[in-house]
Write a protein that binds this ligand. Structure first.
Ligand SMILES: NC(=O)NC1=NC(=O)NC1=O
Length: 240
């Protein structure tokens, strides 16, 4: 099978980190590549960034549909463009927040999210409500997405915040609230002694499992192909 993991921001170093996390769990029979759009925000840390990332995501989905991609992962914790992507894709499209929250719900009574900027907490709560997940709290380490690779104290800060979150929320599982934290899961889990879910790995395996089960996005109603219509201006270049 052919999985495509889409980093919705345009930072190649993050795409490489995301690819590494996805490849680490993909099966031997799975062809996997990680891509990012050539247009869009360098990182996604606001509703504005999320909105501007969606045309690029949809461009990558449309391209994947011509290249035989069987399933997609949207590798940003805001799950940007997820519903629109499902209208374009024939196979499954899995967001890393959705995957991480569902995985966490299988591992404990309640989970906490450790994310980047404080302003992204509302989106995480909104997604947990939509997904019906037992999220007991969302905590921000206030490290900008593109600083995750540069700040030498990232691991210590995420561990400290995770410890506080588990205590204050009375949670028993942690979810990493950014694709850029994918490489921290194992170390944070070892430090805190609880399961720590990396949404990139979880979404990759969910997508792979759905294809293995022969399941795909339903085209019956809401996720049917978009009704044909004219798109004007620059969007004409990026629409099906
Ligand atoms: N909560 C987040 O910071 N999410 C993210 N921003 C990105 O650019 N990638 C993410 O996963």
């Amino acid at each position: 099978m052919f999985l495509r993991v889409i980093n919705p921001n345009t930072t190649a170093a993050m795409t490489a980190k995301i690819e590494e996390s996805a490849r680490a769990v993909a099966g031997p029979g799975t062809r996997l590549d990680a891509v990012n759009p050539s247009m869009g925000p360098a990182s996604i840390e606001s509703h504005y960034d999320e909105a501007l990332s969606v045309p690029g995501i949809l461009t990558e989905i449309a391209r994947g549909e011509t290249e035989g991609v069987d399933a997609y992962v949207i590798a940003c914790f805001g799950d940007p463009g997820l519903d629109a992507a499902r209208e374009l894709a024939h196979g499954p499209v899995v967001g890393i927040a959705e995957a991480a929250m569902h995985a966490a719900a299988l591992l404990g009574r309640g989970f906490s999210v450790v994310t980047t900027l404080d302003r992204t907490r509302g989106r995480a709560h909104e997604l947990a409500t939509r997904y019906g997940s037992p999220c007991r709290g969302v905590h921000a380490c206030d490290i900008p997405v593109l600083e995750l690779d540069k700040d030498p104290d990232v691991l210590d800060r995420v561990v400290a915040l995770g410890r506080t979150a588990l205590h204050d929320d009375d949670s028993d599982v942690l979810v990493l609230g950014c694709a850029g934290m994918a490489d921290l899961a194992e170390k944070v889990s070892a430090a805190l002694g609880v399961p720590v879910v990396d949404g990139v790995a979880a979404a990759t395996l969910f997508a792979q499992s759905l294809v293995t089960l022969g399941l795909r996005t339903s085209a019956r109603s809401e996720y049917a192909q978009p009704p044909p219509k004219a798109y004007t201006g620059i969007l004409r270049r990026f629409t099906v």
